[in-house]
Design a protein around this ligand. Structure first.
Ligand code: BGC
Length: 745
């Protein structure tokens, strides 16, 4: 018997009280046991397992079983590599299975709308295709081990300020094309066991109580057949939430929510079948998890640490490398400066905090590679209480170390307390004492390479002043070793920015509309999120979306695009490694449509792929742009529509580094719009039947001059006139009605 059938049978044997109890947690992390339905554990996530040991609630964040801390999403996404991400997912699934966890609470795929969101380190990108493709790979990996995932936070949860109440006020097209598109892709491609609804409201409605979001869109349109779980404490009105399609309310409410559900059924306010349905979904999930063969082998700490190191190395973005400053020679006299080299900042704070099995620091690994003589000076203190004399002394020591070296490697970043789940940042600058240190260090040694650690994006006003910048964002427990791997060229840097580095916070798309006030945040920038904003408005940026260098060089040639039988677009380009080391290039495919009927960003990412090439090796990279990804959300018909026309296809190394441009002609989808009295003359003349009917009517009633006029000015002037107003040109009301009837017949 299938699991859903067994679950339905098990639920049929339960009392109403038991069924209601199934739809909420037994405690902070486990579901309720009832009849044949076992209790199972759901826990964080996402970049490692956070299974708490003693204190059961969020107050015990720091006390979880040791687990491998893989690179958080901010870094992993930058690999642009679904194959790598899937392997990390497999490892996460294994660790969850060893600890008997049913569902790992991730991935978080919300869009980085503003660089200030305190939780951006937990999300992949400012782009929905990157978030969707990488998120789907993560889900596939974890679920391949019989462990479920929870796609979160559904939806439009793009800030921490007032996160349990704020309404994300976003227009329907933007909601679909930017904020829901990634979720839709993961649901369709990877079928996560669960989706976690977010805390916030969307256009005034709590996500947990929104039947449109949780049922019409998620289930009816996207075909989701799993379980909807609340974010922890997201449910305000349990009965409304159940009716909207929220199956499992977490954590436990000590029976209060269950009693409300039972009362609502008894008083006839909701149909008992709603309870049956959600209870059966919980039962299915629990039975599916319980059916997994127990994993008794101990965690292979070394193997997972090695994978964490590989993933971290592939998540480091080489932003700048001039005068051959990198990779470092093992024979060079190296000065390492910056407290983060010794005390790495490797993950973000909040519910995703992992207790790592071990922790690599960069200094140890740089010394392991280049010898114990590598000089080190912390340069600044990570204690905010350090006094001025300490700061001056630390800086002086750092300058002395840098001055005596061939190259200075300076570790800068955001101190841990400045960013976390639960609150947003107030700016994007690095701490002033670090910037002052940088000025002095590069004054003492112009061959200064900056290595960055941060969850949210930081401004880099010094980008023009130093020859080398490595962006490590947050690399997980093996980031220190991985940083050394990249610094010395043992690993070729191949990650790319999944988020634009803006010049100033004032330039960012949500500036002025973030984080809102009095319970509302207006998504005023609409579709123009991330690079869509900077590129469409042609604003300067410090480093564009998709940017990242390698130690080798690549030549791109022969871009082509053809429309396949199913309407997808096949894009090909040949990439050649023209340097003398093996490297990986990330091929990005952007599309645009000039003269579109709807406003569009100048360029939008639609596909990407990674290719590894030995020196002088050449390979043709083939990527598919799905026709569905070319669709815009048409608010007239509430549907995805592909507009017909000549699409520009840019194959590119970043959103601003186009390596080839080709065009394809696509047939559009039919949009069946009824003609009404309010239809404009332009719409009427674009409609084959209505146009003829109107011309005939005008000819009959003496207004033929308007329709028949070859006079372009007149036609354009009248184009926006509603059909119904044609009475002012002498067309009787009855004739207008006849046109409407004929058009819609
Ligand atoms: C977070 C979720 C997390 C849950 C359980 C919430 O506060 O928003 O991401 O999975 O807690 O810890």
């Amino acid at each position: 018997m299938s699991i859903p059938d067994r679950a339905a049978d098990a639920v049929a044997a339960l009392t109403l009280d038991q069924k209601a109890a199934l739809t909420s947690g037994a405690d902070f992390w486990t579901t309720t046991q009832a009849g044949d339905v076992p209790s199972v554990m759901l826990t964080d996530g996402p970049h490692g397992l956070r299974k708490q040991r003693r204190s059961a609630d969020h107050l015990g964040l720091h006390d979880s079983v040791p687990a491998t801390c893989f690179p958080p999403a901010v870094a992993l996404g930058a690999s642009f590599d679904p194959e790598l991400v899937e392997r990390v997912g497999v490892a996460l699934g294994i660790e969850s299975a060893i600890e008997d966890v049913a569902v790992l609470l991730g991935p978080g795929i919300n869009i980085k709308r503003s660089p200030l969101c305190g939780r951006n380190f937990e999300y992949f990108s400012e782009d929905p295709v990157v978030s969707g493709v990488i998120g789907a790979a993560w889900v596939r990996g974890v679920q391949s081990q019989g462990v479920g995932t929870s796609l979160k936070h559904f939806a439009a949860n793009n800030q921490e300020t007032d996160r349990l109440r704020v309404s994300s006020d976003v227009d329907p097209r933007t909601l679909r094309e930017i904020y829901l598109r990634g979720f839709q892709r993961v649901v369709a491609d990877a079928r996560p066991w669960t989706v976690m609804c977010s805390y916030n409201r969307i256009n005034g409605v709590h996500a947990s109580e929104d039947p449109w979001l949780l049922t019409s869109v998620l289930r009816d349109e996207w075909g989701f057949d799993g379980l909807v779980v609340s974010d922890w404490g997201a449910v305000r009105d349990r009965v409304a939430a159940l009716a909207a399609g929220l199956d499992l309310d977490m954590p436990s409410s000590d029976g209060r929510a269950d009693a409300e559900v039972v009362a609502a059924v008894k008083e006839g306010r909701i149909d008992e079948r709603l309870v049956d349905r959600s209870a059966a979904r919980v039962a299915s999930m629990a039975m599916r998890a319980a059916g997994r063969a127990p994993v008794t082998a101990p965690l292979d700490v070394d193997a997972h640490h090695a994978l964490a190191r590989e993933a971290a190395g592939r998540s480091i973005v080489l932003l700048k490398n001039s005068d051959g400053v990198l990779p470092l020679s093992r024979d060079a006299r190296i000065a390492v400066v910056g407290a983060f080299a010794e005390h790495p900042r490797f993950q973000g704070a909040g519910s995703s905090l992992i207790n790592p099995t071990r922790l690599d620091d960069a200094l140890t690994h740089i010394r392991a590679a280049a010898g114990p003589d590598v000089a080190f000076a912390p340069g600044f203190s990570l204690e905010s209480t350090a006094d001025e004399s300490t700061r001056v002394r630390l800086r002086a020591e750092a300058v002395a170390a840098a001055a005596g070296a061939d190259v200075a490697v300076l570790f800068l970043g955001l101190p841990a307390p400045t960013e976390s789940e639960g609150f947003d940042r107030t700016g994007i600058d690095l701490p002033a004492d670090q910037l002052a240190l940088l000025d002095e260090v590069r004054g003492a040694n112009p061959r200064t390479v900056v290595v960055l650690s941060h969850g949210g994006v930081v401004a880099l006003p010094f980008a023009g002043d130093v020859p080398g910048i490595l962006d490590g964002s947050l690399l997980g427990q093996a980031g220190g070793a991985a940083t050394a791997d990249v610094l010395f060229g043992d690993v070729d840097p191949s990650a790319r920015l999944t988020e634009t580095v803006p010049v100033r916070i004032e330039d960012t798309p949500a500036f002025g509309n973030f984080p809102g006030e009095y319970g509302h945040v207006r998504y005023g920038e609409g579709l123009l999120v991330g690079y869509r904003w900077y590129d469409t408005r042609d604003l300067p940026v410090t480093f564009p979306f998709g940017h990242g260098l390698s130690y080798t060089t690549f030549d791109w040639s022969g871009a082509s695009a053809t429309v396949a039988g199913n309407g997808d677009v096949d894009v090909r380009v040949t990439v050649t490694n023209t340097g003398d080391r093996t490297g990986r290039e990330v091929v990005q495919v952007y599309t645009g449509l000039e003269d579109s009927a709807v406003s569009r960003p100048v360029r939008e990412l639609k596909a990407f792929g990674v290719v590894e090439l030995a020196p002088r090796e050449s390979r043709e990279v083939a990527l598919t742009v799905r026709r569905s990804d070319l669709a815009y959300w048409d608010v007239r018909v509430d549907a995805w529509i592909v507009e017909g026309g000549r699409y520009r296809i840019d194959v590119a190394a970043s959103s601003r580094d186009l390596r080839g441009t080709v065009e394809v002609d696509l047939d559009g989808d039919e949009v069946d719009l009824p003609i009404a009295r309010d239809s404009s003359l332009a719409e009427v003349f674009a409609h084959p039947v209505a146009a003829d009917a109107l011309r005939a009517a005008l000819a009959r009633h003496g207004g033929g001059g308007i329709a028949g006029s070859g006079d372009e000015d007149v036609r354009m002037m009248l184009a926006s006139f509603p059909l119904g107003r044609m009475s002012m040109f002498g067309l009787p009301g009855a004739a207008i009605d006849e046109v409407v009837v004929a058009a819609n017949r």
